[in-house]
Structures are given as structure tokens and as C-alpha cells.
Design a protein around this ligand. Structure first.
Ligand code: SF4
Length: 234
């Protein structure tokens, strides 16, 4: 079994607790308007690495001392597009005492995804919006699986961190923030909620890929706006 890996980051500090070895897998079925990694979308695009779970763990081992208090995070793209690979890789990590985090949009919810969760210590779940119609507009996909995914995390008591991107003119809106906060407040498995400010740093990737930038003219969320969203959300 071989994983198609977009890139690796040895000292990640923003994708879960502590210092982490972060694996970005290739491929995503969603098309989020505010995605800053469109280069991970095409599952067949050329990748930096193709490795078996054991080979990937051999890479992780080199950094074992640094990630002792952190762990590994598998992100994307959407990592559950390669669920069997992730399950096997996480299994090896856990057998070696390494904490595992899955950074997912929850768009894929099936037996293979549930298998991955057996070997996952922490889920970082993206919530794009709680509005069904807007979800389709923002991502090209329905919200059904994202909701089922969170319901399942609650059912199995899986520690969960939520991530929500705050975009001026889209999700930066008191009414919508309140809807997200109200929705999330019913889930006791949620340990932390991160509001991520929209930025335009991924814009050059769209240009390189020849894809029209979906949020033309939308400015970065300012520090003040982020603070307002956080205060409001809290
Ligand atoms: S789920 Fe993540 S990788 Fe996929 S399109 Fe959305 S933001 Fe981009």
C-alpha cells in the first residue's frame, strides 16, 4: 500500500498540540472557495513522495525526540481519500507511542473513515458553515457527512478540535458565527475551537494552476476583526 504525499513538514506547530510531524496527502473532493492549498486538490497530480506506511514511519522516526510531546498530524487535501493508508500509518505510530491527529473536513464518512478513527487520538475537524445552502456554495459539497462525522465523534467520545475559517463577507458575520457557536455547543467532545483568519497567501497557487481565484477582491481578515469574532464567539 502506497500513500500519495503532497509534502511533509517536520516541525509543524499549528496542526495539533506540541511540535508535530505533518503529512499533507494529495487529493480533495471539496472545492472550498477559501482554500489556500488548491495544489492538493487533484488526486492524480504529481507528488513529492510515494511511500508505504512503514517508509513514512521511518521518516517520522528521525524526529522522534522532537515530537515527543507533540506527535504526527495527517492533513491534506482530504486525508480520508487515502483512508486505508492513514489507518495503517496511524496504527504504526500508536504502536510506537506517538500521538496521532487527523485534520479532516469530514466530507468522507464511511467504514474506512471509521477505521482510521480507531487509530486517531485527536481529530481536527473543519466546520465551514452550518448553513446547508451556503455549504454547497462555499465548498461544492453538501454538509451531511460533516454533520454525521461530528455526531460520530461525539458518539465514540473522540477528543476533537474544531477549526473554522473566518472570511470577510462570508463567514465573518455575527449571525453566522452565532449559528456555528450554537451548533457546536451541543458537543462535549470538543476541547478547543480555533477561528482561523482568512488570508490571501495561497493566491499565487491559483495563478500557477491557471484557476480563477474565487475570492477576488476579498481582503485578509484583520487582527481587529479576528478579535471581534473570537470575543463574539466566546
Ligand atoms: S477541504 Fe481543505 S483542502 Fe479541501 S478544498 Fe477545502 S480547504 Fe482545500
Amino acid at each position: 500500500m502506497t500513500g500519495r504525499i503532497h509534502s511533509l513538514e517536520s516541525f509543524g506547530t499549528v496542526d495539533g498540540p506540541g511540535i508535530r510531524f505533518v503529512v499533507f496527502l494529495q487529493g480533495c473532493p471539496m472545492r472550498c472557495m477559501f482554500c489556500h492549498n488548491p495544489d492538493t486538490w487533484d488526486v492524480n497530480a504529481p507528488v513529492q513522495y510515494e511511500m508505504s506506511p512503514d517508509e513514512l514511519y521511518d521518516e517520522v522516526k528521525k524526529y522522534k525526540n522532537y515530537i515527543k510531546k507533540g506527535g504526527v498530524t495527517v492533513s491534506g487535501g482530504e486525508p480520508l481519500m487515502q483512508a486505508e493508508f492513514v489507518a495503517e500509518f496511524f496504527k504504526i505510530c500508536q504502536q510506537n507511542g506517538i500521538h496521532t491527529a487527523l485534520d479532516t473536513s469530514g466530507v468522507i464518512f464511511n467504514d474506512k473513515a471509521r477505521k482510521v478513527l480507531e487509530f486517531t487520538d485527536l481529530v481536527l475537524l473543519d466546520i465551514k458553515t452550518t448553513d446547508d445552502t451556503l455549504h454547497k456554495t462555499y465548498t461544492g459539497c453538501t454538509r451531511d457527512n460533516n454533520h454525521k462525522f461530528l455526531e460520530y465523534l461525539q458518539q465514540i467520545g473522540k477528543p476533537t478540535w474544531i477549526r473554522h475559517v473566518v472570511v470577510p463577507g462570508y463567514t465573518y458575520d455575527d449571525r453566522r458565527l452565532k449559528a456555528v457557536a450554537d451548533y457546536l455547543s451541543q458537543y462535549s467532545v470538543i476541547q478547543r475551537i480555533e477561528l482561523l483568519p482568512y488570508h490571501t497567501m495561497g493566491r499565487f497557487k491559483y495563478e500557477n494552476l491557471g484557476i480563477k481565484y474565487p475570492l477576488e477582491g476579498v481582503k485578509d481578515l484583520t487582527d481587529e476583526e479576528l478579535k471581534h469574532a473570537q470575543t463574539f464567539f466566546n
